[in-house]
Each structure stands twice: as C-alpha cells, then as structure tokens.
Design a protein. Structure first.
Length: 343
C-alpha cells in the first residue's frame, strides 16, 4: 500500500488519477479505474455529430453511468480555454448534479480544469460544498497562477505527455520538482508516466501522486478502439510528433495525418488562428473530425493523441492488473532504494 495525501483528499486507495481524455468518452475507463481503487475521470466530451449530443447533456449521462458502474469516487475534466464555449454549461451541469443528489455530491469529488484561466471556474467550483479543484499547469509560471486562483492542487504536466501541449515545452522531470519547491498546494505529476518507476520517481520529486493518460488507453477496460491500443503497443519512444491542433500544439503518434499536418505556430500566430476559429467554428469542427476518425479506428487518417511513453508500453492489461502492478513495482523500488547507496 502506498498512501499519500492524495488518497485522503480524494477518498481513494492508490495515489493515481486517470487523465481526462476528451474529446473522447472515458466513462467506462473511469468506472474501471475507480473500481480498482484509483481515481477515474469523466472527460470533456465532444466528438461525433450523429445524433448531435450537447456536451453538458453528455456530462449528465456520464455522471449517471459512473454512479451505476462504480462505488468509488470520481471526478471530471473540463477544458476552459476561451475557444471552449461549452465549458460554463458543462461545469454548471456538474454543480447541479451534485445539488440534485447527495450521493453524487459525496462521490463526485474533483473538477480538473485545463487549457485556460483557472480563475473563473474556481469561483463556480467554490460554490459547490466539498468539491475540490485542480488545474493543469505546463510551466512554473502557470503553476503559480493556479495557486493564486485558490485551487486545491496543481497537475504539473510535462511536454512528453499525450494530447495538447503548451508552448512552454518543459519536461516532467524539470517541471515537477520546481513546482513542488515553489508552491504550497499539493502537486500531482503527469506526462510520461506508465509504471511503478514513474510513481516512485514522482513521489521522490515531491508529488503526492500521478496522473496518466496514454498508459490507461492501452487497457482492456478502455472504450477506445482496439486499433488505437495496438498502435500504442507497437510504437517506440520516437514515434510521436507535435503538430498544430485546434487548441495549440498537440502530441500525436506519427501517421499519414500527423506527418502532413501543419507544424506548431508561434504564440502570436496562434492569436490570429484563434480569432479565425471564433469567426468560423467550422474550422474547429474540421479538427474534431480528425478525432472522430481515430475513435472509429482509422490509425492512418485520424489524429492519434498519444505521449512519448507509448515507447514503454508493451501490453494491454485490465485496469486492475495495471494499477496493482504499478503499486507493487513502486513499493519494491522504494524498499530497494537504500541498497543503492554505497556507504
Ligand atoms: C487521447 C488523449 C486525449 C486528451 N484529452 C485531454 C483533454 O480533453 N483535457 C486535458 O486536460 N488533457 C487532455 N489530454 C492530456 C492528458 O490529460 C494528460 O495530461 C496526458 O495524457 C499525460 O501524459 P501521458 O499521456 O504521458 O500520461 C489528453 C491526452 C490524450 C492521450
């Protein structure tokens, strides 16, 4: 058993959070993660148009799904970038779901916001008693803003992670200790973590737990397409690339789509791109279609969001097998550590 402050905060057995992986549905994965004693996250959904479902409605359905498929605690991820115009409605649904049902209130413990300013959602989240708020930070500058916004924790996510990345390009092994040193609020390490070595290293760097995305995709319980999982398993550490996504730079596995996609633009060009997107939301929809393709299993034409850590993933276990293995490994590493010191 490895109990940390994170276990106490979230009411879980193991200090492991499953990362939000919108725009895909992760309700089934989240239930499996919570059932295995870690912390499952419902993602900010938004892929597929047939029939059109609104993301707030989808959040309501997913909360219901979690209530029916696990007795464990769980949380949600909401992307709060300016372009994410549905974020306030999705957050409102989370707050109201907790007001409507005391059991939801007891078990829906955390909102992880990301990709934007944490201040506005922080005000809303504070109005819901007992609801914790973590925000994702890709650099020390951003982490300081998370603390100043009054968040309960910061998820320090390094550049090697899967999916959208910031312009700052700070890797996990630099980011986590600098944020731990500078902040008073708890830090969760994320980006490039897939096993007990990653958990033990994160605790050593001062984090109170880990968050993993890519590793959880390659599990039997994850609802993602089998082709997605197999693609991760056969990839190596140099098989990801960064391109310009709808919300900024994004890390994808190399394939026909990503190798011909536009390279990341600089921050200034990004402002223009964002204005264009606001003016014509069709552009955003085109981007989301690339996500829809991979959800249907097209590993060549789709945007395969994935971290560098794919190179270290070699199997597709159940979530429970994975979590038990991570804890066992981390315990062994921590116990063996003193023997490594030559006295
Ligand atoms: C398929 C996929 C989708 C993602 N979608 C989101 C998202 O909607 N919101 C978010 O904050 N982060 C998103 N991320 C980033 C993860 O939350 C997390 O930061 C990342 O997976 C950590 O790195 P790792 O993949 O090496 O574990 C996504 C990552 C992946 C792989």
């Amino acid at each position: 058993m490895i109990k940390t402050e994170l276990c106490e905060m979230l009411g879980i057995e193991h200090p492991i959070i499953q990362a939000g992986m919108g725009p895909f549905d992760t309700a089934q994965l989240a239930a499996a993660v919570s059932n295995a004693g870690a912390f499952g996250i419902i993602s900010h959904w938004g892929v597929g148009t047939e029939p059109p479902i609104n993301p707030a409605e989808k959040m309501k359905e997913s909360i219901q799904y979690l209530m029916e498929h696990t007795e464990g605690n769980f949380g949600v991820n909401i992307r709060v970038a300016r372009i994410q115009i549905d974020a306030p409605a999705v957050l409102k649904e989370v707050v109201e779901a907790r007001e409507r049902d005391t059991e939801v209130k007891r078990r829906l413990k955390l909102v992880i916001t990301s990709a934007g300013d944490p201040r506005r959602p922080a005000e809303e989240i504070r109005k819901s008693p007992g609801l914790l708020h973590f925000h994702v930070a890709p650099s020390l500058y951003h982490a300081r803003r998370v603390e100043a916004a009054g968040c309960d924790g910061v998820i320090a996510t390094g550049y090697e992670g899967g999916g959208h990345q910031s312009y700052e390009q700070v890797n996990t092994v630099v980011l986590v200790p600098e944020v731990v040193k500078a902040l008073k609020i708890p830090v969760i390490a994320s980006g490039g973590i897939c096993d007990g070595t990653g958990l033990a290293a994160s605790l050593t760097m001062g984090a109170i737990g880990i968050q993993m995305g890519t590793r959880f995709i390659a599990t039997r319980d994850c609802e993602f397409h089998q082709n997605y999982k197999d693609f991760i398993v056969r990839s190596t550490d140099t098989d990801t690339t960064i391109v310009q996504g709808a919300f900024g730079p994004i890390r994808l596995l190399k394939n026909k789509y990503s190798l011909s996609a536009p390279k990341p633009v600089d921050k200034e060009a990004r402002v223009t791109q964002e204005k264009e997107m606001f003016a014509d939301l069709e552009k955003l929809r085109e981007d989301l279609e690339k996500y829809a393709l991979i959800y249907e299993g097209d590993v060549e034409g789709g945007a395969v969001l994935c971290g560098e850590v794919a190179g270290r993933i070699e199997d597709i276990p159940t979530v429970k097998e994975l979590i038990d293995q991570i804890i066992r490994e981390a315990e062994e590493i921590i116990q063996r550590l003193p023997q490594k010191i030559v006295r």
